[in-house]
Design a protein around this ligand. Structure first.
Ligand SMILES: NC(=O)c1ccc[n+]([C@@H]2O[C@H](COP(=O)([O-])OP(=O)(O)OC[C@H]3O[C@@H](n4cnc5c(N)ncnc54)[C@H](OP(=O)(O)O)[C@@H]3O)[C@@H](O)[C@H]2O)c1
Length: 259
């Protein structure tokens, strides 16, 4: 405990197993790299096997597991988690970074469109959390769950109804899970990023016109963030240094919400 903070965090996840969704790209990939640097064994989940293997090649040595899975299949997550736990043992942490976005006017969004985004962004996150918090899966010493939400949950833009609703559901659901699982020593938190340089941002900016793009980006006082700006906070929240932090939503947005 007398070590400087940087040293405390550098080995902060030793002996811990962390499940990360969305580990094939962007924020999830950076979280996986940084978890491995902090000593964790990492389970990498996303659809693209090739990209997961690419992430795997970027990690520090360790007993990491590549586990390709389409999270829109929420029904079989129980089977997937049983398989994972059989291979890696107890789980100490979970980062839900998988996410999908679509920009469509409210009038054009069908119930099916809503469901597609909710399954990947929200329902699968809660189902993984539910399955890993069962006896035999969860570490008896407790765990830390992190759900990557978005400033869209509290700061709407036109055309983002399915995305914004799925992300606010993530924040409110996280608080319920935090309440119910505190007795099992599980801490739950959200991180809500603003504009971070990744594929999902490129996709969103590609769907709006140039004038709108300039207006939206000008809102971020510190410009664009990088995945590491989010992963640093995730590593801290996973570590025992954050042992008194639960049920909160941490905004990392370069000042966007100030306007
Ligand atoms: N970048 C930003 O500006 C920003 C801002 C606010 C919030 N966020 C949130 O941050 C999280 C990470 O996004 P990112 O910026 O890192 O974007 P990204 O680079 O596009 O990564 C998205 C990840 O989600 C995975 N994914 C998508 N659909 C999936 C499915 N059906 N099953 C399993 N995995 C799936 C993708 O992997 P596969 O394609 O291989 O399946 C990929 O690994 C998302 O939840 C996003 O909403 C990002």
């Amino acid at each position: 405990m007398n070590l400087p903070l940087s040293k405390q965090l550098s080995n902060s996840l030793e002996q811990k197993t962390i499940i990360i969704t969305g580990a094939s790209a962007g924020i999830g990939r950076q979280c996986a790299i940084d978890c491995s640097k902090a000593g964790a064994c990492v389970v990498l989940i996303a659809r693209s096997v090739d990209k997961l293997l690419e992430t795997r090649s970027m990690l520090e040595d360790g007993n990491h597991l590549v586990f390709p899975y389409d999270l829109s299949n929420c029904e079989d997550i129980n089977v997937a988690i049983k398989d994972i736990v059989k291979k890696v043992g107890h789980v100490h942490g979970f980062i839900h970074s998988a996410g999908a976005a679509d920009t469509m006017p409210f009038q054009a969004v069908s119930p099916e469109d809503m469901l597609v985004l909710h399954k990947v962004n929200t329902i699968s996150a809660f189902e993984i959390a539910r399955q890993i918090s069962k006896p035999g899966c969860l570490s008896p010493t407790g765990a830390s769950f992190i759900f990557i939400s978005s400033i869209r949950a509290i700061h709407p833009e036109p055309g983002t109804i399915a995305y914004a609703a799925s992300k606010s559901a993530l924040v409110s659901g996280m608080k319920v899970i935090a309440l119910e699982l505190a007795k099992k020593k599980v801490r739950c938190n959200c991180i809500s990023p603003g504009f971070i340089r990744t594929d999902i941002l490129d996709e969103y900016l590609g769907q709006i016109d140039e004038e709108e793009k300039q207006r939206v980006l000008a809102g971020s006082l510190l410009g664009l963030g990088e995945p590491i700006d989010v992963s640093r906070m995730a590593i801290f929240l996973l570590s025992d240094q954050a042992r008194f932090i639960t049920g909160t939503d941490i905004v990392i947005d370069g000042g966007t919400l100030l306007k």
